[in-house]
Every structure is written in C-alpha cells, then in structure tokens.
Design a protein around this ligand. Structure first.
Ligand SMILES: Nc1ncnc2c1ncn2[C@@H]1O[C@H](COP(=O)(O)OP(=O)(O)OP(=O)(O)O)[C@@H](O)[C@H]1O
Length: 368
C-alpha cells in the first residue's frame, strides 16, 4: 500500500541554513495495516505524511502510495487516500451535512451519492444531532469526528491521520478511536491507516505496528509488544536492607533473562548499618531489567530467601513505549515534547503530560 525508498525532504530556510527534515526513510506498509508513527516534535513525522499525501514533493528518493508514484501520479494518489491534517478541514460557516456533501463532490461523487455517503458518515461518526449545525459551532471532539468523516467521504482504502486526537480530553479521544476502529472494520476491505501521534498509550493500544522516527530517520519498526520486549524489558524493583543489596544484586545478575542490575541506596542509608527495612527512608532498591518480569520474580525471591535476604517490597513494571525511546536515544519522548512545547509548541505539552499518566505496573507487597 505504501513503499518508500530513501525518501528525503530538505527545507532551505535561508542562504546558509537547510533543515534536513526527513533523511532517507525506506518503509513498506501492507494493505490493512494500522501503523502509528511516533517521535518527538520536529522528528519529521508530518513532513513524511505530507510527502505521502502529495502535499509537498520529496527532495530525493521515491514514494509509491496505493500503487502510484507521488511525484508522477499525484492525482491518482489523492483519489485513493483520505487525509486528516492537524489543522482540520471544513468551511466554518457551512452546515455539517453540507460540508460533507461538498467534500464528496470535490472528490468526484455525484450529488446523490455524496448525499447518501454524507448521511452514512453522519450516523457512523455520531454526528446526527450536529448535522444541521454550522461547523464552527462544534466542540473539539465533534469537529475532529467531522474531520475524520471528511477524510473518509470518498471511501479511501488508505487513511492518513496527523495527530487525530491532540487536544481532545481522554473521553473524546476514546470516543474518536472507537469510531475510527469501527469505520475501519466496516469497510469492504479493511482500511489501511497511518497515523502520527504524541500519545504513547494510543500508539501502544491501537496500532498494530509502531514506527519510531527521530531526526528524520526510522529508528525502530515493529509491534509495540516486540519493541518493548526487545528494546526495553520489564523492570523488577526489589527493596532490601542496605547491607543485603549487594548480595541481592549478585543473585539478580546470575538469574537468566537479566539484562542489567542497578542498586540505588535508600535516602539516609549511606550510613553503614542502617537496617530500616520496609521504610522508604532506609531501604536500598535493586532495579533489575529482565525480559520477563512476572516470570523472573518468583525465582529471584526464592533465591533471595535461600540466601537469607529479606525482600520487603516488589514492584514489576511493564515498559512503556517511552522506555523504548529512552533506550534507543537516551532521551524521553515526554521530556522532548514538554521542552518543545515551552519553546513555542502548542497542544503538545498537554499530550505529553497526559501520556505520562499511563503506566501499567503490578505492585505486590511481600511480607518479609
Ligand atoms: N515548511 C517548512 N520550512 C522549514 N522547515 C520546516 C518546514 N516544515 C517543517 N520544517 C522543519 O522540519 C523538521 C520536521 O518537522 P515536522 O513537522 O515534520 O516534525 P514532526 O515530527 O511532525 O513534529 P511535530 O510532532 O511537532 O508535529 C522540523 O525541524 C521543522 O521545523
């Protein structure tokens, strides 16, 4: 459905400065895939989407979309795809229904077909009550659903969504996703969807494949689970008395599946002989990165018990996509998003904060 080879885009911003926004992206997306493109602000996600949707020409390299070259057959590409950009489409003073009909006609549907397609989409995207209101009167969530409807009006087999849910509250995000997934499976052939997002949990939950982009290049490409298992691993955190931390670290290092072990002295535990086990102030923490945290933990606890090491608390944390990015680049996607927002970005800081609340961790107190 999509095939790019060594795709690049340079922006000449002044006589002395060129921004290399996309630096040689080669990727293949098969029909029916749901792919999330993830990366910090300025990574080149939107620029890539804009080339694939024929809005800007590549500087070099090739891109075929829906079987057509984006440079030599842009009209064919446009007829086959839907694109929901960041700004959204839509004439503000048009009625919702009229907007959909107009867009359908722009895509070559006759008026009757455009009307029936508009009615279908209004129902499918839960816009019945808003159908005869002006676009400018819609709420953020309703407007985004209309944007998606506009992107789907000509029944494209491939839909590009550029940050579809940025700025929406969690309820509206969930609602939008429900609609997108329903539309996808309702199509005669499962629709291919390529989206960019700042929401790590969104990519994690809905995308079948995650492409991580940084500095204009693809740095990882797999399912979210595979990326997390291969590039991050689970984190097992054990609390022990400071004098037992080295013994426990040794046990962890010898355990199968262990990738790394770190000992963090507890606050106030620098003084030798602290035995304040169970109190956050005195205990040391042994952090173990392992391929399978829930599987490894019982063996670790047995070995600790055999060695006379009393573990006062166990936390097993499954990695997030942010851990994957951190492992790949040494930077956190959340941090980069927040920093860029303070430098003039807009809604990105809220997305970054929101995604940081998503974390799946299993916590278990162990009686020492
Ligand atoms: N028209 C342009 N002229 C000059 N530079 C541009 C232009 N469009 C994008 N860039 C630059 O190209 C780089 C990639 O931008 P792009 O918008 O593709 O990133 P992004 O990953 O989509 O970021 P965001 O998550 O903030 O939307 C950035 O450094 C950006 O400033």
């Amino acid at each position: 459905m999509i095939r790019t080879r060594a795709l690049t885009k340079d922006f000449v911003v002044s006589r002395t400065r060129t921004v290399h926004a996309v630096r040689g992206i080669s990727l293949d997306v098969e029909p029916g895939e749901l792919v999330a493109v993830l990366g910090p602000n300025g990574a080149g996600k939107t620029t890539t989407l804009r080339m694939l949707t024929t809005l800007i020409p590549p500087t070099s390299g090739t891109a075929e979309v829906a079987g057509y070259d984006v440079v030599t057959h842009p009209d064919r590409v446009r007829a086959a795809i839907g694109y929901v950009g960041q700004g959204g489409a839509g004439g503000a003073s048009q009625l919702v229904r009229d907007e959909l009909v107009t867009q359908g006609e722009i895509y070559g549907l006759d008026r009757r077909t455009a009307r029936s397609r508009a009615a279908e989409l209004i129902e499918a995207l839960d816009l019945t009550e808003q159908a005869d209101r002006k676009v400018e009167s819609l709420s953020g969530g309703q407007k985004r659903r209309l944007d998606v409807a506009v992107g789907l009006v000509h029944e494209p087999s491939l839909l590009f969504l550029d940050e579809p849910s940025t700025g929406l509250d969690p309820h509206n995000r969930a609602n939008l996703w429900e609609h997108i997934l329903r539309m996808r499976t309702a199509a005669a052939e499962p629709m291919t969807i390529v989206l960019t997002t700042h929401y790590l949990d969104e990519a994690d939950t809905f995308a079948e494949r995650v492409i991580v982009v940084d500095h204009g290049q693809v740095i990882a490409d797999d399912t979210a689970d595979a990326l997390k298992a291969e590039l991050a691993g689970d984190l097992v955190t054990l609390r022990v008395a400071p004098e037992h931390a080295a013994t426990l670290a040794g046990i962890a290092e010898r355990a199968s599946g262990t990738r790394s072990v770190h000992v963090l002295p507890g606050a106030g535990s620098a003084g030798a002989g602290s035995t304040d086990v169970g109190s956050a102030g005195g205990a040391s923490t042994v952090e173990i990165r392992t391929a399978d945290g829930p599987g490894a933990t019982p063996g670790l606890l047995r070995a600790a018990d055999d060695a006379g090491v009393a573990v006062s608390r166990v936390d097993v944390t499954r990695p997030t996509l942010d851990d994957v990015f951190l492992g790949l680049t040494g930077r956190s996607l959340r941090e980069t998003a927040v920093v860029d927002a303070t430098e003039g970005g807009s809604a990105k800081d809220s997305s970054a904060k929101d995604s940081s609340t998503h974390d799946s961790s299993i916590t278990k107190e162990v009686l020492a």
